[in-house]
Design a protein. Structure first.
Length: 210
């Protein structure tokens, strides 16, 4: 049996929560690349405390965003239970992007597998089959054109997320208009050519930040 990890001392746990709160605020406005030095300075702690609590950036991101990731996964589950598949897809994408609009860091995390790989892969592994089920049902119901795939919705997520990031400061609601345009276009598109396979989703998220 493994030994239980002893709880942090009260002052150590207080510092940990302070660093998490500060990192969350900074990453919400500035994104994931906020330097450790800026987080420690804003929290009023030393760099030693920062590295003791979060030795790797992966540790910080996991602690900061795990609950948010679980929330998005739960949204996908709720959407999959809807009788109207198209309404479920639209609802899920809009709710997911609303959460991302509140935190630039979370949006970057969900749209890039280069960051917090285990956390984001878990999210995509659980969400993809749920979205695929909704897409298949929508196609069968005539709500989407034949040939529509989950990769098409990943593309919508990436495209609208890019609009969100570009307009966050001067037009923070523009992403909603972009989402409507993208979804309407997809619903009435004449899809031609070969269907993208599942690996396209990985490339969409992997390559967009390079």
């Amino acid at each position: 049996m493994t030994e239980a990890v002893p709880p942090l001392r009260r002052d150590a746990e207080r510092n940990r929560q302070l660093l998490l709160r500060t990192a969350g605020e900074l990453m919400a406005s500035r994104g994931l690349d906020v330097p450790y030095e800026d987080i420690a300075r804003a929290a009023g702690t030393g760099m030693g405390t920062m590295y003791r609590r979060f030795p790797q950036r992966q540790d910080l991101l996991d602690a900061l965003f795990s609950e948010h990731i679980d929330t998005v996964i739960d949204l996908a589950r709720q959407a999959s239970l809807r009788d109207d598949a198209w309404a479920g897809l639209c609802w899920f994408l809009e709710r997911q992007l609303e959460i991302e609009a509140q935190s630039r860091g979370l949006g970057e995390l969900l749209r890039s597998r280069d960051q917090a790989t285990g956390l984001v892969q878990r999210a995509h592994q659980q969400m993809t089959p749920l979205v695929a089920g909704l897409v298949n049902r929508a196609v069968q119901a005539g709500q989407l054109p034949a040939g529509a795939t989950p990769a098409d919705f990943a593309a919508v997520h990436v495209m609208v997320g890019s609009v969100m990031d570009a307009s966050r400061q001067h037009a923070p609601r523009l992403w909603r208009r972009a989402l409507r345009i993208a979804l309407t276009g997809l619903r009435h598109a004449e899809l031609s050519g070969d269907q993208p396979d599942e690996t396209v989703i990985d490339h969409l998220y992997n390559d967009q930040t390079k």
